[in-house]
Design a protein. Sequence first.
Length: 259
Amino acid sequence: MDARRERRALHHIVLRLVEQNRQLRALLTETTNREALEHLQIGLERLDDEHKLHAAEVSRLRAAGQKLNADLGPILKECDESLANVRGVRDRLQELERQLKADRERVEGSDALGKRDAVSALIEKAKLHLAEAEYDQAIETYRQIMNETGERADIRKKLEELEEAWKPKGPEHEGARRFAYSVWPKIVNFEDVRTQLPEARQQFEVCKSQGDRLTTKKLYLVATRQATTILLDEFENVKKSDSDVLPLMNRQLEKAIMN
């Protein structure tokens, strides 16, 4: 009776393994390898325990049958065949587990490398924004880095320091910043420079009084790039025309550059 019970138990295990194999194939087709691996490992752990338990029981039955001179040969032979099937399935599942683990490591390694590259690119992007005095965009990029990487003390420190420095300190300060970012960069010719330069000086002083080095950097960048380029182009045009206004242009150019 014990031998027949063991034969039935092993037969049920084999049938269950057939169904699990079908489910595993479906997982490998329809879902990610990560999910299939988790499902496989749970089943494999159970199968290892079952194989040890039933192999020990078949050995016990064989010894008991010999001691009692019972004719258990045909039943135990079927049990041995079922155990062999279980071992074969276990070996195949272990090989599949190794393959899925290797695939996961390759994917995760590739993902990690790609993530590091993406974060490095974002850090460089933030540096470029800072160099161009585009602080709103630098803040947004630092926040994006935090979203990509989670908490990072170095990025958190830079973000908080920049956010604090970028806070406007009243209506007058806000007006100076609007001029620096919305008006002054739009100068396109010498007349724009001439009419806007006094306002630029005034707003520069407002930012300076508030300790705002960020906005003053924007004013300075525009002055050294756009305004000076416009003035030099105008100087060349006047020089070519050999106009009487050349001395006046010289004085205005020198004054604008010196200030």
